[in-house]
Design a binder for this molecule. Structure first.
Ligand code: FRU
Length: 520
């Protein structure tokens, strides 16, 4: 190493320990300002989402020792609104030399059916984590089974149950348990996968310690790749009194934009067995960076929303993203519904209502206006930025490619729009900025639009991500972007500049990280 390079590195390291540097590191050019990121090191899947005693918990796949995948442990953060998170120490560290802690879920054992809770002040409840212990022997042979741990101090410290494993099929790829309460039969259900066989394993239990395998499901038309992070939940169909069960399976690889993505199936569940309806293959998100979804296993009393989050990442390049000292972000929490869209049932996702709290200043609010006029107004008001919420509606059933250019600079732009000729909405990050770290990064990603009459985009732009909710969440596109700091313009585009946009509203958004330290 040259002396100059050594001095530079040594200086960077010494600076990293100074509070002022640590503070500003949460303000780095690519540091998301209202999406959760770890202060330092590598993060992938959200785990153990639960609301308990006034706090939302986010556990997550975390490498405490470096900024690439490894030493998997459960990182931990808490929040009172699912948006402003407080970092806590690692909750469940890898069992060094024995196994890593892979993805899983957390439930509240309200009545101490496990016998693992310590009754305090008349409250018999505690938190139980059910996760995969992923072991590898000296010959490299893998073994994955499901473990239980309990916490009697609101998730701060965890003790492994002495009777582990609670589920073992003697397999190398048995993982990602999601546990939920099934009220009609007053029992707990666990769904996990045999990843390489693309098969769901369904168990049930009365005490969360003894589990019985009830049925299997899959591969449901998938002939290659893996199934990961499954979930099974019931959603109501908007405008009706009906419900349907949704089976979410995360696919690695095989997603429409390439690499990893979240597939879902609709069907019914009788407490033992999931039966799928005959539907085409459906995807929760058509961008390239939404994976390993995880749903809150309990919400505050009286709040019957179903809310999930996904990892803004893709296994094609997760270890190479250019943030270097930390890697990985979580999506906005999204509320889930089923909707009949043009005669077809679809899962729709919308940002949780709390997200409106992030609005800072309304930068533009206009009714019907031509594209040219809209751009003049944007210029005049000097509307630009890296943290923006944009709501735009184009004339119904309009033709020609239309949308908005975000993070526009001399050489850069990220496009979000509609392409009616392709019956799709899209994000195009071909020229979004830094992309050389992976041949799989640059590109244009298409989401099918069923209702050709509607042309509405609701976009959340953060420092290095775009989430686009199309036509009220009928389709969603999530992409990471790495633009230069100076690319901050926003512009409306349409092949016919005299055509009218119906409405355009833009807000600047607040950072949730004020005062947070990083890289300590
Ligand atoms: C999904 C996944 C899971 C596994 C975890 C390991 O991204 O591969 O199947 O539990 O990540 O970090």
């Amino acid at each position: 190493m040259s002396r100059v390079l050594f001095r530079f590195l040594a200086c960077a390291l010494c600076l990293a320990s100074l509070p002022s540097f640590a503070q500003s590191a949460y303000d780095e050019p690519w540091r998301p300002q209202y999406h959760f990121t770890p202060a330092k090191n590598f993060m992938n899947d959200p785990n153990g989402l639960v609301f308990y005693k006034g706090e939302y918990h986010l556990f997550y796949q975390y490498n405490p020792e470096g900024s690439v995948w490894g030493h998997m442990s459960w990182g931990h953060a808490v929040s009172d609104d699912m948006l402003h998170w407080k970092h806590l120490p690692v909750a469940i560290p890898e069992a060094v030399g024995k196994y890593m802690i892979y993805s899983g879920s957390v439930v509240i054992d309200r009545n101490n059916v496990s016998g693992l809770c310590v009754v305090s002040e008349g409250d018999p409840s505690c938190l139980l984590a059910i996760f995969t212990a992923a072991a590898k022997d000296a010959q490299g042979k893998e073994h994955q089974d499901q473990h239980l741990a309990y916490s009697n101090d609101r998730g701060r410290t965890w003790t492994e149950y002495s009777g582990n494993p609670i589920a073992d099929l003697d397999k190398p790829d048995f993982r990602d348990p999601k546990v939920f309460w099934y009220e009609p039969q007053k029992k707990w259900v666990m769904v996990a996968v045999l990843a390489d066989e693309r098969q769901l394993e369904l168990f049930d239990s009365k005490d969360l310690k003894h589990w019985k395998l009830e049925s299997t499901f899959g591969p449901a038309g998938d002939s290659e790749g893996q199934w990961e992070c499954p979930d099974l939940f019931e959603l109501s169909i908007e405008g009706t009194s009906e419900t349907k069960w949704v089976l979410a399976v995360n696919r690695n690889p095989g997603a429409p934009a390439g690499g990893t993505g979240t597939r879902y199936l609709l069907g019914s569940f009788d407490g033992q067995k999931f039966t799928a309806d005959e539907t085409p293959t459906l995807w929760a998100d058509y961008g390239k960076d939404f994976y390993a979804t995880h749903r809150f296993s309990s919400m505050p009393a009286g709040d019957d929303r179903t809310v999930w989050m996904g990892w803004i990442g893709n296994w094609q390049y997760a270890n190479k993203e250019p943030t270097v000292l930390w890697r990985g972000a979580q999506s906005l929490p999204r509320e889930l519904h089923l909707r009949n869209v043009a005669g077809q049932l679809r899962m729709v996702q919308t940002p949780i209502a709390e997200t409106e709290k992030l609005r800072n200043e309304k930068l533009l609010d206009t009714g019907s206006i031509s594209v040219d006029e809209a751009n003049q107004r944007l210029k005049k008001a000097a509307v630009h930025g890296e943290l923006l919420e944009v709501e735009i509606e184009f004339q119904s059933a309009s033709t020609g490619t239309m949308g908005v250019r975000l993070r526009k600079g001399p050489q850069q732009e990220t496009l979000v729009g509609f392409s009616p000729s392709e019956k799709s909405a899209f994000i195009d990050r071909t020229h979004s900025g830094e992309a050389a770290f992976s041949k799989d990064f640059a590109g244009r990603h298409l989401a099918p639009v069923l209702n050709a009459k509607e042309r509405k985009l609701h976009i959340y732009l953060d420092r290095s991500s775009v989430e686009a909710f199309v036509n009220g969440g009928e389709a969603v596109l999530t992409d990471r972007i790495y633009p230069s700091e100076e690319s901050k313009e926003i512009e409306v585009f349409w092949d016919s500049p005299q055509a009218k946009v119906v409405s355009l509203r833009i807000w600047s958004l607040r950072s949730v990280w004020q005062g947070q330290k990083a890289h300590e």
